[in-house]
Design a binder for this molecule. Structure first.
Ligand code: FE2
Length: 391
């Protein structure tokens, strides 16, 4: 019996280790508490019976610690990340309903043939990629919320803000949305930022737009209604807009996670951030490649111009469409040799949560959202940016 009980206890400990919940900080706080409250006696008693009991005490102490095992900063980072992932999921679902693959993994909608065909001009696998990006975002917010919950912190739920209209185009679901894909002003400077060999946004540098006319005005990235399905250059311009918007969104995630990670305290939280962030980058790399295939055209309905990025006055290292891997550039200090890196990653300045919310707001994603929503998302961003290692 005793052996079985011990075995069960060991298994419990192993399970605890596998889940890697809270033990890093809580062990420290247990040891600190032990030294203060019980002195060496507490630790000594555990060590005296072979170490297992000490660890059991640690586990018990950490289980009792609840959400206390994550710092306020860690909770703020994970909460903001969960909110961003919910918003990403909302926008990707809208893309998937009309231009992706609707199945049991990503249900909802029935597709728009003309929009899907226009997206396929960018790549024959666009529908699959849109589907997979959507599924990834669903998994990101679902995991982050479950993880927050497991630590006794509140999961994020933005359902009360699902008040924005759906597209009226055939194929879209008619449900309330969190994000607006029908009046976008897409910042396409990510294109040139990653090609520059001498500049870095963390040094305050700015970068030219790849598609200047997409960065001013308001344009749909999904058909707003079936009237948007023609003429051909109009629906292609909508698909091209989506192509560059995909890159805009996912490069944001690529910078956000490494930036937030620098404020994390708990090693497991760091592991979570370092494991999700590169998936945003793998999305981005795909979209960067596909955006370069957007055909040059002028939308006859609104004058939106997609230039040939390989020809004058574009072209060269800043615009050439097959230069999709980040060029080496200045990092940390100009005294170091240029290095190929994700940028920005400077916490709470050019990168980070507030910068992300600002960029998404300027993008038009929140047009029509309530002040309450904007206040909440901004507050979560400020709190996430305020997180510092050890606090
Ligand atoms: Fe994500």
């Amino acid at each position: 019996m005793e052996h079985n009980a011990q075995q069960a206890q060991k298994e419990k400990i192993m399970e605890h280790n596998t889940q890697q919940s809270k033990h890093a900080t809580s062990r420290r706080s247990f040891l600190r508490k032990g030294l203060v409250v019980g002195g060496a006696g507490v630790i000594g008693a555990g060590v005296g019976v072979g170490g297992t009991e000490l660890f059991t005490n640690v586990v018990t102490a950490s289980a009792a610690a609840g959400s206390g095992s994550l710092t306020k900063g860690d909770v703020a980072i994970l909460t903001f990340a969960a909110a961003i992932e919910i918003l990403e999921t909302d926008l990707w679902r809208q893309y998937n309903e009309l231009g992706g693959i609707q199945d049991s993994e990503v249900p909802g909608g029935s597709g728009s043939a003309a929009y899907t065909k226009a997206l396929l001009v960018l790549d024959g696998d666009m529908s699959q990629y849109i589907h997979d990006n959507t599924e990834d975002e669903i998994s990101h917010f679902t995991f982050l919320n479950a993880y927050l919950d497991s630590k006794g912190a509140d999961p994020v739920n933005l359902d009360k803000f699902r008040n924005l209209p759906s597209s009226k185009a055939t194929g879209a679901q008619h449900i309330g949305r969190l994000t607006n894909l029908m009046q976008l002003t897409v910042d396409t400077s990510w294109w040139t930022r990653l090609r520059s060999r001498t500049k870095n946004p963390d040094f305050g540098d700015t970068f030219p737009q790849a598609i200047p006319s997409l960065s001013t005005g308001k344009f749909p990235a999904i058909p707003r209604h079936d009237g948007d399905l023609s003429p051909n250059d109009h629906i292609q311009a909508i698909a091209n807009t989506a192509g560059f918007h995909f890159g805009f969104i996912e490069q944001g995630g690529s910078s956000l996670y490494p930036t937030l990670a620098q404020g994390a305290t708990n090693l497991e939280v760091l592991r979570v951030l370092l494991s999700i962030g590169p998936v945003e980058t793998s999305h981005f790399q795909t979209w960067h490649d596909k955006a370069g295939n957007a055909p040059a055209l002028t939308d006859p309905t609104n004058g939106l111009v997609f230039p040939n990025l390989n020809a004058s006055p574009f072209g060269g290292e800043d615009f050439q469409t097959n230069l999709i891997m980040p060029e080496p550039t200045v990092f940390l200090s100009r005294k170091f040799p240029a290095v190929s890196i994700i940028r920005p990653t400077q916490i709470a300045e050019s990168g980070g949560a507030v910068a992300t919310v600002k960029a998404w707001t300027a993008d038009g994603l929140f047009i029509g959202q309530s002040q309450e929503f904007l206040a909440l998302i901004n507050k979560l961003a400020v709190q996430a940016d305020a997180a510092r290692r050890g606090f």
